[in-house]
Design a protein. Structure first.
Length: 400
């Protein structure tokens, strides 16, 4: 789990307190082509012109500097350390040129724990992307590098007693081609994760995907998704190839809902060990029944977590539900619950994570916002004792 990467999108704060190692769509704002993909069907993603900063405009380029500072309390950092108060500082700068299809982001974060200095964290994030349309093609290229920490409240990090620093790098390219009756999108990404204190865990992931989708215009679009991942570790015996095929439907009603239902089969071929085949599923619903409320639901079953670097293979089942409600245009309340379960291959080991989160963001004006958040993390496993933590944070976000 990456912790302490806190990003500020226009008008609200997104606390990525429990993301996985390379989950860049969560860690980066939506303005970067290739990363930060957002459905647009949400109280959070909707434009709020009365409370959004204008940024600094230099011709077609808009600069969006932000500075966040806050205090927090963690009842059990990593599920093992003594309770401690903490402070946080998160400066960032977004750069966007909508006409050129370009977006970039640079940010840093630091969180010292007053009573548990071994839990201190610090990191940075740099990312940029470009999206260009050429006749029937939409080409996207993006890259990012970040230094952050994994902690004990994530799948397969159960042995961590203090944050483990990781430097991650990812490059992704795709080309969405419109063939008239359908679109075809080949994509490729390469991701590298380097753990300074655990060199054997460092890895490289190479992912190829191909998506076929019927053209928009009907009640729903039919989707076929082919995906392959080659994961390579320093110890070649831990290498594995994963392949999956998914079929299903996608349906979008602008400003009302996004629906995606896919099912199929995945196979895992490890360099050492038994071949595995299992059913997989992806389902998501983003629904905005009125202008003040939104509901987000997702459910997935897969072989390994594609965003979590690990030499220990497992079948992952994960579900999440979240709601958001807007008060008086400048106060947004959110709540979410997620459950993740991993069953490891060729063993009886299982592990489950549960997270509950509630937050309120109050936009005082275009320049200033306050965010208060409470989270409860719980870890259950059949091979060691349970652990949990209560995390409370309060942040002030300033933008010129």
């Amino acid at each position: 789990m990456i912790r302490n990467v806190t990003l500020f999108t226009p008008g609200f704060v997104l606390a990525a307190h429990s993301a996985a190692a390379l989950e860049l769509d969560t860690l980066l704002p939506a303005g970067i082509p290739g990363f930060g993909a957002a459905s647009g069907v949400s109280v959070l993603s909707r434009q709020h012109p009365d409370f959004q900063s204008f940024g600094i405009n230099l011709g077609n380029v808009t600069l969006s500097p932000k500075l966040g500072a806050g205090l927090g309390y963690d009842s059990a950092p990593n599920g093992a350390a003594a309770a401690s108060a903490s402070a946080s500082l998160t400066p960032s700068l977004g750069i966007a040129d909508a006409a050129a299809g370009f977006g970039a982001y640079v940010g840093a974060d630091a969180e010292p724990f007053f009573s548990a200095p071994a839990q201190n964290t610090a990191g940075y994030t740099v990312a940029l992307g470009e999206r260009a349309a050429y006749a029937a093609d939409v080409f996207t290229a993006a890259l990012a590098q970040l230094r952050t920490q994994e902690t004990g409240f994530a799948i397969n990090t159960i042995s961590l007693a203090k944050p483990l620093a990781v430097t991650a790098r990812e490059i992704t390219v795709s080309d969405k081609h419109d063939c008239g009756l359908f679109t075809v999108t080949p994509e490729f990404s390469a991701a590298w994760a380097r753990f300074n204190a655990d060199a054997a865990a460092s890895s490289a992931d190479y992912r190829e995907g191909l998506t076929f989708e019927t053209a928009a215009g009907g009640a729903a679009r039919f989707v076929t998704y082919l995906h392959a991942t080659e994961t390579r570790f320093r110890a070649s015996s831990a290498n594995a190839n994963t392949y999956e095929v998914l079929f299903g439907i996608a349906d979008d009603a602008p400003g009302l809902w996004n629906l995606r239902l896919l099912g199929g089969v995945a196979t895992r071929q490890p360099a050492a060990g038994n071949y595995l085949m299992a059913p997989v599923l992806e389902a998501s619903l983003d629904w905005m029944p009125d202008t003040l409320d939104s509901l987000n639901f997702s459910l997935a079953r897969e072989l390994d977590d594609p965003e979590q670097e690990s030499a220990n293979g497992y079948t992952l089942t994960e579900g999440k539900i979240s709601i958001a409600h807007e008060y008086l245009r400048n106060v947004i309340a959110t709540a979410s619950f997620s459950a993740t379960h991993a069953a490891y291959f060729q063993s009886s080991l299982t592990e489950s994570l549960f997270r509950t989160d509630a937050a309120i963001t109050w936009r005082l004006n275009r320049q200033l916002a306050v965010n208060a958040d409470y989270a409860f993390n719980d870890r259950q496993a059949n091979f060691l004792g349970a652990a949990n933590e209560h995390v409370i944070t309060c942040n002030v976000i300033w933008t010129p």
